[in-house]
Design a protein around this ligand. Structure first.
Ligand SMILES: *Cc1c(COP(=O)(O)O)cnc(C)c1O
Length: 410
């Protein structure tokens, strides 16, 4: 009895594996994997911590030994340390559809959410001082919600947490600022940035977008869609390394009115004037706070080398193929009803991850990792798989789904 069943299963497995091989052979981004330090593990956690680019260790060694060890203080000028936040911001800019001069790198995403949101309320009040509400995605990554609560308290606003589907209905003449996520960290749902930004503007409010789960995975179009402010982290799809600094985008037309709630000396018009009175710098440097985190910032700069010659459109096309293929393989390998996808099937609503609701998800992920398939577990019952098109291939996808099927069967 068992023989024919096994033979059939093997034949099916072969069919998906053969397709994976063909897809890998036709993948124009396949060679980019060589730009990363990777092993035999199927790494589907690049939406939490991107893999190490091969360009980073040597560069960081030079930064530490020569720039710091030998040049010491001279490196602020001679090694370009002082201008790194804007220089690296300009390298992130094309990936999120921004012209140069609008992005500054520094601080954590949490801190930048705070700067952006308080700054947004202050901007809105320049034209209408009566605005006193902040609308925030109720399903957001917790830190954004905590920061929004504090920003609301500090600015005397009422916080209105609503699900993304209800944002439009929550907007009105009292709305000062709206904080939204481009891609939901849990479900992988992609929100409609162009139309939501338009709706926020139609209400006379300021739009702040969190790009943590979209930057480096899909086109964002910040300038094209008139986004006011945006923040994002660099250690997920931008592979900047653990705790690498985040970034803040302030649209050019708003820069001279952006009033940061954290006006540190690095954002002063004349930082070395050491003046007791604060005068904000022009342009992107206004978003700075204190001394830049040079070591992790320069690791990020080297990590961005992996984007040389790569377009975000090509990355998006491959990302959709990867997630489509994963969902297909899961359909083939995983017994009916064992998992349920929380990630939308429609491409225009899907980021670069697949979230599967699964009974006993924590234990299932532990077994997957044991067998060389690394995703992550989000409480209470979600298996999360992130697909970084720069280094994940179709063979990886087939193997991940096959191992998931085996773990759930055993
Ligand atoms: C990853 C992530 C963060 C991380 O914030 P840190 O300050 O870097 O810890 C914040 N918001 C969202 C939506 C994220 O996905």
């Amino acid at each position: 009895m068992s023989e024919p069943t096994e033979a059939t299963e093997a034949a099916e497995a072969t069919e998906a594996a053969v397709r994976a091989e063909k897809l890998d052979a036709g993948d124009e981004l396949a060679d980019l994997r060589a730009r990363f330090v990777l092993d035999d593990v199927v790494y589907l956690d690049g939406n939490s911590l991107g893999a190490l680019p091969v360009s980073v260790p040597g560069h960081l060694d030079d930064v530490v030994r020569r720039q710091w060890g030998s040049l010491r203080i001279r490196s602020w000028d001679e090694s370009g340390w002082w201008t790194a936040p804007e220089r690296i911001g300009d390298r992130i800019a094309p990936l999120v559809g921004a012209a140069a001069g609008q992005i500054v790198v520094g601080d954590s995403t949490s801190v930048n959410v705070f700067k952006a949101l308080v700054g947004a309320v202050r901007l809105a009040r320049l034209t209408d001082s009566g605005r006193d509400e902040i609308v925030v995605d109720a399903t957001t990554f917790p830190t954004d919600g905590y920061m929004a609560e504090s920003a609301a308290r500090m600015t005397g606003c009422t916080l209105r947490p609503v699900t993304p589907a209800r944002v439009r209905g929550a907007l009105g003449g009292r709305t000062a600022a709206v904080l939204l996520n481009h891609v939901d960290y849990r479900t992988g749902r992609l929100h409609d940035l162009p139309s939501l930004t338009s709706a926020v503007h139609a209400a006379g409010a300021v739009a702040v977008w969190d790009l943590c789960h979209s930057a480096g995975a899909l086109p964002v179009g910040l300038d094209e869609h008139g986004v006011d402010l945006a923040v994002g982290c660099t250690y997920k799809y931008l592979n900047g390394g653990p705790g690498s600094p985040a970034y803040l985008y302030v649209r050019r037309e708003l820069q001279d009115r952006f009033d940061s709630p954290l006006p540190g000396w690095n954002s002063h018009a004349e930082p070395f004037g050491m003046r007791p009175d604060y005068e904000p710098a022009a342009g992107a440097p206004r978003g700075r706070v204190g001394t830049p985190d040079i070591l992790s910032m320069l690791a990020l700069e080297a990590a961005l080398d992996v984007w040389d010659g790569v377009t975000i459109e090509a990355v998006r096309a491959k990302s959709l193929n990867l997630t489509d293929f994963f969902l297909e393989c899961v359909g083939q390998y995983v017994a009916e009803g064992r998992v349920e996808s929380l990630t939308p099937a429609a491409h225009e609503e899907r980021g670069s991850q697949v979230a599967l609701r699964c009974e006993d998800a924590g234990e299932v992920m532990r077994r997957l990792i044991e067998r060389g398939v690394v995703g992550d577990f989000r409480r209470p019952d979600v298996l999360r798989f992130g697909f970084t098109p720069l280094y994940v291939g179709f063979g990886d996808v087939e193997r991940a789904a096959r191992v998931l099927g085996e773990v759930l069967a055993g």
